[in-house]
Write a protein that binds this ligand. Sequence first.
Ligand SMILES: CC(C)(COP(=O)(O)OP(=O)(O)OC[C@H]1O[C@@H](n2cnc3c(N)ncnc32)[C@H](O)[C@@H]1OP(=O)(O)O)[C@@H](O)C(=O)NCCC(=O)NCCS
Length: 174
Amino acid sequence: MAETRERVADAVLRPGTVEDIPALRALGEAVVPPTYGPIDAAYAELMLDQWWTPERFADTLPRVRMLLAERDGQVVAMTSFGRLSASHRDFPHVTGDREVMWKLYVHPDHQGLGIGRRLLAEVEAMVEGDELWLEVVDGNDQAFAFYRAHGFEEAERVGDREWPDDVWMRKSLR
Ligand SMILES: CC(C)(COP(=O)(O)OP(=O)(O)OC[C@H]1O[C@@H](n2cnc3c(N)ncnc32)[C@H](O)[C@@H]1OP(=O)(O)O)[C@@H](O)C(=O)NCCC(=O)NCCS
């Protein structure tokens, strides 16, 4: 336990910028295949190609807030969050606006050390409004359990015939 606390304490959190795009891409290459490959290998590839490219980060960085965790000068985790209305994506099932945590990813070599919990706590402290939403890919049981343990509950399921469903989870911040 003492070692865990020490290792967590050495992670430095800071905002992400366009200069971090190569490190973000490298993080995606390390964490996306082991996360989604066991659910659907083609989907894991699609995720990387659609959401972890330098072009996509350049496009989304002005629209979201991003926090990174560094250890020994290396980016080992990231989260991005913001209002649903600022996203390019279309969400026909949603009426109104939402604060959404779009990404929370910890490099596989650095998972289980409390970094995800720290980033989530920062996001909860930074968002405006009294609810935080997120999407989990159906079958990502580890993330689902992590979010349940941190007070999120399943609220909606958005089906897709071709790809796994998106499970929307919500946490009251009041
Ligand atoms: C899910 C993820 C973000 C969690 O981050 P992490 O740094 O590994 O988790 P932490 O070490 O911060 O865990 C903190 C707490 O959550 C608990 N926890 C972690 N994983 C858990 C799980 N699968 N089930 C239940 N509790 C879990 C830990 O026991 C710990 O509890 P404690 O604070 O009471 O000791 C990280 O593992 C990850 O990036 N996974 C792969 C990518 C992914 O699926 N991201 C989410 C996309 S929606």
